[in-house]
Design a protein around this ligand. Structure first.
Ligand SMILES: Cc1ncc(COP(=O)(O)O)c(C=O)c1O
Length: 398
């Protein structure tokens, strides 16, 4: 039986394949240090879980409004508006089963077949997959590896804007680079969006995972509120990846369209999960603050461990929970030309499991360097230390 052609254009998150290889190695009786998946091995704060259980006990288990329950839309409007210095009404919020659905729903709401959409590469692989699946043209923009960290190559991005460009996808506190925009870069991107009349998807999945400095949103800049949709998620901030709760936040007419997609696709997000979301936003924040404290100590351990691996060079990010070391010198020592071979041998010789640059979009033909991504959200400090020490030992033995 022949399947629909459109499925040929659907990509995936190949990080899950790395997880399968690691699970296989573990099943053979080896110790594995899981740095591959951006999931958390930390519990959802107890007050949030209790709110969900209360909601179930109270019978809040039926269908609910497609755009989300009123208290959650209000809580998100007030809290996110305050943080970003803009005014949101509940009508600006469409609750979603996770942050990920916002990507496809945004694209289907603003993009016609053949329209071009700019997206970060390396970046979250679902952007490219959803643009192509929805008949758009995926146009990657790239980053420069500077002494101050990774920065969007603005000249390159500008050179890719054409009369067909419809939207710009931005991911500050970026996955996989943990790159952040400076105020000047954010303003330059807002100027481009205003000048070329672009829709903007601001993926703010890691906005609140911050160890130093301050998160800022492009939506706060002049002219941006009418053209920006924020991808918001409870997944990372409240360790709720499996709960599936997020929101699209944007102009009312666009949010109405997105809610109509909700009606067609999942009817609504689980009501008792939304009540837990109200507690997450309005309730005690000590659990969420503790998560960031734990992640910061893991970041420090990860950086310290990487710095002991011969040949690795890494930036210390102030947000998100990823690091993206450059490993060309290390690969020279271990005798690898291909970063995927290096990753597999690292697993077999040290138990370290991680993704490479190739899991985050197709590399440009002229791209330089060899990079890997370590996610430190799902691994305790003791294992971070042990895994990286083993990696250092293996590399040093070469
Ligand atoms: C950049 C980015 N955006 C969005 C998401 C989606 O997260 P979720 O669907 O769990 O909210 C992720 C998850 O890893 C991510 O890294």
């Amino acid at each position: 039986m022949k399947l629909a052609n459109r499925l040929d254009r659907l990509g995936t998150e190949t990080a899950f394949a790395v997880a399968a290889t690691a699970a296989d190695w573990l099943a053979k009786g080896n110790e594995v240090f899981p740095f591959h998946l951006g999931d958390l091995n930390l519990a959802t704060p107890a007050n949030i879980s209790a709110a969900m259980q209360r909601a179930v006990a109270e019978g809040k288990t039926g269908y609910c409004p497609n755009a989300g329950i009123a208290p959650l839309r209000l809580a998100l409007a007030e809290s996110l508006g305050k943080q970003r210095n803009v005014i949101f009404a509940p009508e600006n919020i469409a609750v979603q089963p996770g942050g990920k659905p916002v990507i496809g729903k945004f694209l289907r709401s603003v993009m016609n077949p053949g329209d071009e959409v700019l997206y970060p590469n390396p970046g979250f692989p679902i952007y490219e997959s959803q643009i192509e699946f929805n008949d758009g043209v995926a146009v990657p923009y790239k980053y420069l590896d500077t002494p101050n960290g990774f920065q969007i190559d603005l000249d390159y991005l500008k050179s890719k804007i054409t009369s067909k460009t419809k939207a710009l996808i931005l991911n500050d506190q970026q996955n996989p680079l943990a790159a952040e925009m400076t105020d000047q870069e954010r303003q330059a991107l807002a100027d481009l969006a205003n000048k070329h009349n672009l829709w903007v998807l601001a993926d703010e999945a890691y906005f609140d995972i911050r160890y130093a400095g301050e998160s800022k949103s492009i939506i706060s800049l002049a002219g941006m509120q009418d053209r920006t949709v924020i991808l918001y998620t409870f997944s990372k901030k409240f360790a709720m990846t499996g709960w599936r709760l997020g929101a699209a936040i944007g102009p009312r007419d666009l949010v109405d369209r997105i809610s109509k997609l909700n009606t067609n696709e999942e009817s609504c997000t689980a009501q008792f999960v939304q009540w837990a979301g109200v507690e997450a936003i309005n309730g005690d924040q000590s659990g969420a603050n503790e998560l960031v404290r734990v992640l910061k100590s893991r970041r420090d351990a990860t950086i310290a461990g990487i710095n002991k691996v011969p040949g690795m060079r890494v930036h210390t990010p102030n947000s998100a929970f990823y690091v993206f070391p450059e490993v060309s010198e290390t690969m020279k020592r271990t005798g690898h030309k291909d970063v995927a071979d290096f990753a597999l041998d690292a697993l077999h010789n040290s138990g370290m499991s991680f993704c490479t640059r190739r899991h985050f979009g197709r590399p440009a033909p002229d791209e330089k360097g060899n990079y890997i991504r370590l996610a430190y959200s799902g691994i305790d400090n003791a294992k971070i230390d042990k895994g990286l020490a083993r990696l250092a030992e293996w590399v040093a033995s070469k």
